[in-house]
Design a binder for this molecule. Structure first.
Ligand code: HEM
Length: 404
């Protein structure tokens, strides 16, 4: 066993046993962040904080929620909303955070795309990010089932039906996933388990992985400059802090992160107190009824773009297009053939590609909410074809891209 001196204080006592000073140096004081980055690089921290809010508010909701098809609806809409003191606050905080987290995820993803932060050496950052996106999507969907309202029931029905894989008619698989012929008690119990246990654990592990993947390549910067972090760190430690291109993660960069987080929290609590309704579908305030299909079934806003890629096509091609939309973002680092790490504004055709993709996904989102009739379904179809086309042309245009 190692030799232990009598410690003079708690920090020293812990340091002897857990090397906390080394840990602090490696994770905070000597974790180097480029100086030339803007507020968009704080979105990762905003996401981490929002996930924290979801965990804490979720724990409070869990104290009164009942995962039973007879009582789930009332436990949310009556017990939590009316009987429990401040139950409404935890519910509104949870629902608003669940919606806003997707807005921030999309901003974070598109920042990465704009600045080319998924390029050589950073592929694992991107892939772990995409795994987080998929897991968050599953977390949001499973949570949506829990109040056992009309939209919970029917969205659950529609999404699990997709697993029959169209003409393959794998109805046995759908029943296996549901644990019944239609969504019922077995369905609610397993989605409850996924929502409160398995998926949050997976998200925490993936956040750990995502942070780990940042460590060796370091975060990108807004000029795409290749920084020699060892060299710049030496300058910083030698006292040439002005000349050095990097700063410490903590407390220097962290204080900037926290400034952006504070602005975000003002906006978030404004929504929680005054505009929580946007995060809750009015149809879900009717209890689930397997005999009454709502006239128009649609998912939450953050799934609308991929829903609209499924909807305008006939059954089988629609499923293939939907599957394509789910996986294609994972392949971005390999489909973008240009070695340029630079903002899209300096990358010729890629600049157009980026803005068309963003606009197209906004159009898909708007059309996904509207009924699939007349002009709306035509626009939806065009936007879905454009989405697929954009990914097909990406390797071609980026291969031809000039070095910048
Ligand atoms: C949802 C939970 C997520 C958390 C907590 C998170 C957290 C972070 C943090 C703290 C950073 C470093 C600072 C920054 O650039 O903001 C980062 C960077 C990054 N994240 Fe995420 N992220 C999440 C999801 C995603 C998703 C969905 C993607 C997209 C696929 C993604 C892709 C990236 C990329 C490419 C970088 C590197 C940025 C750069 O090098 O400049 N992340 N993330």
């Amino acid at each position: 066993m190692a030799h232990f001196e009598k410690a003079r204080n708690l920090e020293e006592w812990l340091d002897q046993r857990l090397a906390i000073k080394t840990l602090r140096r490696v994770l905070a004081e000597e974790y180097w962040i480029p100086k030339n980055i803007n507020f968009l690089w704080a979105m990762g921290m905003v996401l981490a904080i929002t996930f924290g809010i979801l965990l804490v508010s979720g724990i409070f909701l869990l104290m009164y929620y009942q995962p039973n098809i007879e009582t789930a609806f009332d436990s949310v809409n009556y017990t939590i909303m009316k009987e429990v003191e401040f139950g409404w606050l935890w519910r509104h905080m949870h629902a608003v955070a669940a919606s806003v987290v997707f807005l921030i995820i999309y901003i974070h993803m598109f920042t990465g795309i704009y600045y080319g932060s998924y390029k050589k050496g950073r592929e694992m950052i991107w892939i772990s990010g995409m795994l987080l996106f998929v897991t968050f999507s599953a977390e949001a969907f499973s949570g949506y089932m829990l109040p056992w309202g009309q939209m919970s029931y029917w969205a659950g029905m529609v999404i699990t039906n997709l697993f029959s894989l169209g003409s393959l008619e794998l109805n046995g698989l759908v029943e296996w996933i549901r644990g019944d012929y239609v969504p019922g008690q077995a369905f609610l119990t397993r989605f409850f388990m996924l929502h409160v246990l398995l998926l949050p654990l997976a998200i925490m592990a993936l956040i750990g992985l995502h942070f780990g993947t940042l460590r060796i390549p370091h975060v990108n910067n807004q000029d795409g400059e290749e920084i020699d972090f060892d060299e710049e760190a030496k300058k910083y430690l030698a006292g040439n802090t002005k000349e050095s291109k990097v700063i410490r993660f903590a407390n220097d960069f962290l204080s900037k992160d926290m400034f952006v987080v504070s602005i975000f929290l003002i906006f978030y609590f404004y929504l929680v107190f005054w505009h929580f309704n946007f995060a809750m579908d009015p149809i879900n305030f009717d209890p689930a009824d397997g005999l009454k299909t709502p006239p128009h079934i649609y998912p939450e806003w953050y799934f609308l773009w991929s829903y609209e890629i499924l909807r305008p096509f006939p059954k089988d091609p629609g499923l293939v297009a939907f599957g394509f939309a789910q996986v294609i973002f994972f392949l971005l680092p390999f489909l973008d053939k240009s070695p340029n790490v630079a903002p899209a504004s300096r990358r010729g055709s890629f600049k157009i590609w980026f803005w068309v993709l963003l606009l197209d996904m906004i159009v898909l989102t708007v059309m996904g909410k509207l009924p699939p009739q007349g002009i709306y379904s035509t626009i939806g179809l065009i936007a879905a074809v454009v989405f697929i086309g954009l990914w097909v042309v990406l390797p071609i245009i980026t291969k031809k891209e000039k070095a910048v």
